[in-house]
Design a protein around this ligand. Structure first.
Ligand code: 13P
Length: 253
């Protein structure tokens, strides 16, 4: 586990103002676990209101445009995220890589745009089921990193990487703890090769069907510094259990 584990909820396209009560409950729970850094990424529309509603947790976006402003109807830039109260941004989520056809080069540009605006970045990578079955998962993921890790300035300083196997997202299926550890070691090696010593401090999160029941085991895998949680971050009850599992591990090893 990382010195300060990072537990992030990705609400995806879920979250009306009615769900702010859930965010407040998560915030209260997080304040009881100071040894864990907690954050939520609601839809763009809820970021400002969530920022006002919480005290102890980070609030971030799920995507940003590469340009700071301009004629890009429907898009949201990193400086706009900052203006509405975000402190980090997820980039390269597999749902965007698949549905919005985002390439590694575009993901890198987004990561650099977010960092230039002062946001922390959670860069997502992960293989499909076919890629895992063909034995190429590690190459796919390290190639994604080679193409999408930010390079501008002090890129490693405000960076986390989330390993999310595509076949584990929303399916209830998770890789074995050994497979998670092996992939996270490969990601760590790539980070150190890219950034030198600074790459050793980048937190590498696991994501994909993390829930209250499996969090402790997944978080204990080699080089896992936290979790990026989808469905189980939508209620305070299940998300708090995951935060608690991270806190227990951070405390007791
Ligand atoms: P689930 O936790 O719902 O599988 O989603 C994972 C994810 O995609 C988080 O970004």
């Amino acid at each position: 586990m990382a010195v300060l584990p990072y537990i992030v909820g990705n609400w995806k396209m879920n979250g009306t103002r009615a769900m702010l009560a859930e965010a407040r409950a998560i915030d209260r729970a997080a304040s009881r676990f100071p040894g864990v850094e907690v954050a939520l990424a609601p839809p763009f529309t809820l970021i400002g209101a969530m920022r006002e509603a919480v005290n102890d947790i980070g609030v971030g976006g799920q995507d940003c445009h590469v340009k700071p402003s301009g004629a890009y109807t429907g898009d949201v830039s990193a400086p706009l995220l900052v203006d509405t109260g975000a402190d980090f941004c997820i980039v390269g989520h597999s749902e965007r890589r698949a549905m919005a056809h985002e390439t590694d080069a575009l993901v890198r540009a987004k990561a650099e745009a977010a960092q230039a605006a002062g946001l922390g970045v959670i860069l997502c990578v992960g293989e499909t089921e076919a890629e895992r079955d063909s034995g190429h998962a590690e190459k796919v993921v390290t190639d994604q990193l080679a193409g999408s890790l930010p390079q501008a300035g002090d890129a490693a300083a405000k960076l986390s990487v989330a390993y999310e196997p595509v076949w584990a997202i929303g399916t209830g299926r998770v890789p074995s703890v050994d497979d998670v550890g092996a992939m996270h070691r490969a990601i760590r090696a790539k980070l150190v090769a890219t950034y030198g010593e600074a790459g050793a401090a980048v937190r590498v999160l696991y994501g994909g069907s993390v829930n209250a029941g499996n969090a402790a085991e997944l978080l204990a895998a080699d080089e896992v510094g936290g979790a990026l949680v989808g469905g189980a971050s939508l209620t305070a009850e299940s998300f708090t259990a995951i935060i608690g599992a991270a806190a227990a591990l951070a405390e007791h090893g």
